[in-house]
Design a protein around this ligand. Sequence first.
Ligand SMILES: Cc1ncc(COP(=O)(O)O)c(C=O)c1O
Length: 387
Amino acid sequence: MTREPWRERYLVFGAPAFGPEERAAMLACLDSGWVGSGPRVAELEERFRTYVGAPAAVAVSSCTAALHLALLALDLAPGAEVVTSPMTFAATANAVIHAGLVPVFADCDPDTGCLDPAAIERAITPRTRAVIPVHFAGRPCDMAAIERIASARGLHVVEDCAHAIEATIGDRHCGTFGELGCFSFYVTKNMTTIEGGMLVARSPETAARLKRLALHGLSADAWSRYGDEGFVHYQVEQPGFKYNLTDLAASIGLVQLGKLEARWERRRALWDFYLRELSDLPLRLPPPVPAGVRHALHLFTCRIDPARTALSRDEVIAALHALRIGTGVHYTALHLHPWYRDRFGFRPGDFPAAEAIGAQIFSIPLSAAVGDADAADVVRALREVLG
Ligand SMILES: Cc1ncc(COP(=O)(O)O)c(C=O)c1O
């Protein structure tokens, strides 16, 4: 059916929101004469470390880089197996491949999309060395169960916290349950440096090693080499990577970190509005979290309920697009993507929960750029398409 759009402006999914504070911070950084990795990166590391309550933090150029470095920090033998969820972005499993390891998928929980502890148990082989829980959409995985399995089986835990910046279980932040936690500051995330990420570590020694590895394996970073203390010679201690964050990016991140909690509250209001206004449509909405658990509210996911509508997910997102409402798909199950399917011989049916979610799910706009009128338009559009 052709639909006449009534919205003037396209509502872009995941659009970030910047104010005069970010602009001022960027200009101050440009004017400071130091835009590469330096004092603002150090300040962001310290403030983020304090925010999540981790012993150490290393700012990097993306969460993908953080995951790659985290896996290298485990010093696993090539070919060791790492269990993770197929309900994730490609970066999670790609990082395992780039670290010379083998990703082994374990299905997610059919309701929450988070890695299912029972499925982890079934995926473990004598070669399994680590597990990467993905806190899907910002909802914490069952870390008590995952920690139990990991300690019983001697497995390392690296958390993919790309969606989970504000997420907590009890008084502990996601990212501090595993040995290492990996956060994303990509444009669509709850806070952004445009591209960027953060690694948090239990051990300051590991963090120091990963900081070196993030900058070519050099013993001294650029700030200490060229800063106002005079030139410092460096040694190459290991062939590292170019994964450092810039001060220009960190200048935006520092402002965004200051807005993080207020923006979580704002998304909480939008979240409750969506839950209330969409409850009678043929959709499965995000399930509530248990008491004592804080959801980071990164993605408001809707799942088409095939028992209550004949429309497919793709028909719904096409109709929303025609009404100038942007959506996201998080995610088509990763094992069904061509490289993973062909390399590991996966087939439809291998991970039924992830496949069902992948076929039915779409995310509606929830970012800091969504105003009340925008959210009302999302509801109106969904009611028009599905009501
Ligand atoms: C679950 C998950 N893991 C990892 C990443 C990678 O993050 P980045 O884009 O910062 O590399 C993303 C990015 O969207 C993600 O959603």
